[in-house]
Design a protein around this ligand. Structure first.
Ligand code: TYD
Length: 221
């Protein structure tokens, strides 16, 4: 069982590590931050070290979540509240159906986006009430929190350039929206510095991967 579920943990550099069972690691960042690449690289490296790893992403990771993803990334009009609740529905299914069972079975989970995305995009980006977002996140996850989060930070313009033109609901938002998302993420990282590690996403992928590995390897025990 994950340390954050069982309460039984060892500590390494202030990070709660599972004494027995899976560790939950998330990747966060704005558009074109390179987090998907890094999540994959970390999962591969862990597997090479013999760790049982589940790599997944949000929104998605379950049939319901993938359906919600298509809606959320498409052009169907959705109010900010409807958007928040769709992300929450997808997350509730992923946590109950996939993440919790995996962690309880001792599998490590690497997840590309999780609750911090909602704080950054629906909270700072859309301007929804933070207390409501926290309540919805807690409800959807049963308060399952990651032990460690990597925030890939890149300037907004550079990230959007990397992604290229798109009619995606979020990628199509203006610069001001993405700037709020970025500064929201940075603010969150300052407040939760014990959990969130900020990584400069402008560096080469191999350099970033080494920095991330330097944080994760000591947790292998
Ligand atoms: P995705 O294609 O997965 O983008 P990325 O590769 O940047 O992760 O699309 C997911 C989009 O959904 C992304 O723009 C961020 C947004 N999002 C939210 O607004 N709130 C959330 O809670 C989550 C999980 C994602």
């Amino acid at each position: 069982m994950d340390a954050s579920l069982s309460g039984g943990c060892a500590c390494s550099g202030g990070i709660a590590t599972a004494s027995s069972g899976g560790l939950f690691i998330t990747f966060e960042g704005g558009e074109g931050s390179g987090k998907t690449t890094q999540a994959r690289l970390l999962a591969r490296r862990l597997r090479r070290r013999g760790v049982d790893v589940l790599l997944t992403h949000e929104p998605g990771g379950t049939p319901l979540g993938e359906r919600a993803r298509r809606i959320l990334k498409g052009a169907i009009p959705a109010s900010p509240l409807a958007e928040l609740l769709l992300f929450a529905a997808a997350r509730a299914q992923l946590v109950a159906g996939v993440l919790r069972p995996a962690l309880e079975a001792g599998t490590w989970v690497v997840c590309d986006r999780y609750t911090d995305s909602t704080v950054a995009y629906q909270g700072y980006g859309r301007g929804l009430d933070m207390a409501a977002i926290r309540a919805v996140n807690a409800l959807a996850t049963g308060s399952l929190r990651p032990s460690l989060t990597f925030l890939l930070d890149v300037p907004v313009e550079a990230g959007l350039r990397r992604k290229g033109a798109s009619d995606d609901r979020f990628e199509g938002e203006g610069l001001a929206f993405h700037r709020r998302v970025r500064s929201g993420y940075r603010e969150l990282a300052r407040r939760e510095s014990g959990r969130v590690v900020v990584v400069d996403g402008r560096e080469a992928a191999s350099v970033i991967a080494r920095r991330i590995w330097a944080r994760v390897e000591p947790l292998l025990g």
